[in-house]
Design a protein around this ligand. Sequence first.
Ligand SMILES: Cc1ncc(COP(=O)(O)O)c(C=O)c1O
Length: 366
Amino acid sequence: MSEWAIECLKPDLPSVETYTSLLAEMDSNQWYTNFGPFVQKFEAKMAQFLSSTDGAPLNVVSCNNATSALELMLQNSGLPKGAKVMVPSVTFPATILAVIRSEMEPVIADVCEEEWTLTPAGVEAMLDYCDIDAVMPVASFGYALDSRAWEAFIDRTGIPVFFDSAAALGQQEVSPKIPTVFSMHATKPFGIGEGGLIVTASDAMASSSKLNSNFGFVQGLIKDIGFNAKLAEYFAIVGLTQFERWDAVTLKREQRWALYKECIDTLDTVDYCQAHKNKLPATLMVNTQGRSAAVIKTCIENKIQTRQWYLPPLHKHEIFQSYIKVGLQGLDKCPVSEYLESSLVGIPFHNFLTNEQIHHICAIIK
Ligand SMILES: Cc1ncc(COP(=O)(O)O)c(C=O)c1O
């Protein structure tokens, strides 16, 4: 039993009885992983499901999680070792870990005050203070990134862009110019348990990522220094079943988001991210204007679970102190990320919340 009256997140996955026949088929195939038939079917279905900014076909490479997918994407991008990759300070640490583990150099950047993530204009302004070889914006809290604005950024600057859209599967349009990673962790909107995707228009990136997700084997010989990042058949089966309920799962989420917006609009000093008000988030962060500690305390007293996803910001972690940090006012200054640390609180947001619970949460916060 949970210690919370209202929990922050609850996975919404298909129930086992809806896919037992597929599990039985997997058993009779005796093929449980290594690019089996369910993984192949799942990747093909995902390629149709995703929308591309110009309708160009997209390759989908499934992985065991998004962290592996980020590493594979960077390592098979053509970027050299030591390349400077800009990441937002407010993100899940997997973003920066993937850069470091790919033997590249992260540049930790302050985020935009309105959008709580990197924007093309913000990154271009920070180029006055540092050089970068690539940038990896994050679809923070599941708010889809603006693919067309980032395509224009590539056209203007020539700097390659990679999206960490871990929490935005189903919401994020994919640009053929921007390789994109998604997560299918149980707590993500398109949850399958554990899983990740690399989506790219580049056939070369897709085929080398796939090869390196299987140790780097080609016909029994290791051709590259890969690792084991394959999606197992079990997860592909959950994914195939998740497609069938996706519209209903999304509708429930949209209804809860609409009610939350109505309730939060009545609060004077707490707000959601206005810049993203027409997008569907994965987790719900509210801005308490510097009073996160007090709001968290009140929620705990009322057995309402809260989380501060993506916080503290990366530049505050001791282990990342040696890396370059940059903001709009120059090096070593990330004031927006620090303001967000004292202001953002993640409140319960999932498909099993009742209308009464949403009203209750907002009343307590008020
Ligand atoms: C922005 C971001 N990147 C990467 C990840 C890692 O995803 P996974 O748990 O599938 O490895 C997450 C997970 O929450 C995330 O939010």
